[in-house]
Design a protein around this ligand. Structure first.
Ligand code: BTN
Length: 288
């Protein structure tokens, strides 16, 4: 089923590639490829600080994209680390102007980022048969059910720092217990995309995110795009309680309606940890 979706997606990909090429030639973003850096989130902040233009708070209309194949102090969500071995994975931060984002509420932005990552990976996996890219709420990107990408979004003044780590060539052994525990990981190479190029993938994704930021979007479109990539048959295990729930549908504000596997009423999940640096959530119901 998912494979079918990926194949359908690739049939439509040539149009998107044309769009990507145009955006690159329009220079919608300022591109920085670093040999090594502590964290692309911090490198992007530094670049923004240095390019303050007049009183425009550092934004001159171009987005900033910073990428590397080696971070020495990469950050994950919930205070975890994000590791690479410097042998060809992607760490990318795209700094977008939060005042002019096309999508509201801002709680949908992490989901849009997941969709754009999934699209780029599906394009780059075109020649790797049997690979299925899917999304897991709120914004893990999976390859054949294992985590291939993580997203960390932080606010810095008016900038939204969209950080994306993609396991292209290698993947870490993720501990299954303790504070660093997480979902089992994989890489594009392990999925069969052995010639995938980290810099090309990073640039494509920066193009997608910049093009999106300069375009038009709305909640119903995002919900449709996101829902298309989700494996609705995959249960979620809630991190804090280990409760197992089945996803039912995505709501127009980014919450996920779920049904407890053990029975009981449906309820809505809020990905609070993703949003703490972005907004104040007044009525959290349940954190993943
Ligand atoms: C997660 O924990 O799943 C999110 C990982 C996010 C990693 C990316 S790599 C680029 C950017 N720079 C960082 O230090 N972290 C993010």
């Amino acid at each position: 089923m998912l494979l079918g979706r990926v194949l359908l997606l690739t049939a439509a990909h040539s149009g998107r590639r044309r769009m990507a090429a145009q955006a690159q030639s329009c220079d919608a973003f300022e591109w920085h490829w670093l040999r090594e850096t502590k964290s692309t989130q911090d490198a992007a902040k530094e670049i923004l600080k240095q390019r303050v233009v007049g009183n425009n708070n550092g934004h001159d209309g171009k987005h900033v994209a910073v990428a590397t194949a080696h971070q020495t102090a990469g950050r994950g969500t919930r205070g975890r680390t994000w590791k690479d071995d410097g042998r060809g994975n992607v760490a990318l931060t795209v700094a977008l102007d939060m005042r002019h984002l096309p999508l509201k509420p801002v709680t949908l932005v992490p989901l849009r980022v997941g969709v754009e990552v999934a699209r780029v990976l599906a394009d780059h996996l075109e020649d790797a048969p049997g690979c299925a890219v899917s999304l897991k709420w709120p914004n893990d990107v999976l390859l054949n059910g294992k985590k291939v990408c993580g997203v960390l979004i932080e606010a810095d003044g008016d900038a939204l720092l969209v950080g994306v780590g993609i396991n292209v060539a290698t993947h870490p052994d993720v501990p299954q217990a303790g504070p660093e525990r997480g979902r089992e990981a994989t890489s594009l190479a392990a999925g069969g995309a052995t010639s995938a190029d980290a810099e090309a993938i990073a640039k494509d994704l920066a193009t997608h995110l910049s093009t999106w930021a300069d375009g038009v979007d709305d909640a119903p479109t995002l919900v449709a795009h996101w829902s298309h990539f989700v494996d609705w048959s995959l249960p979620l295990t809630l991190r804090d309680t280990s409760e197992v729930v089945a996803p039912v549908r995505l709501l127009p504000d980014g919450r996920l309606r779920v049904r407890p596997a053990a029975g009981g009423p449906e309820r809505d999940l809020v990905a609070e940890y993703l949003l703490l640096s972005l907004i104040h959530i007044s009525e959290p119901t349940r954190q993943e």
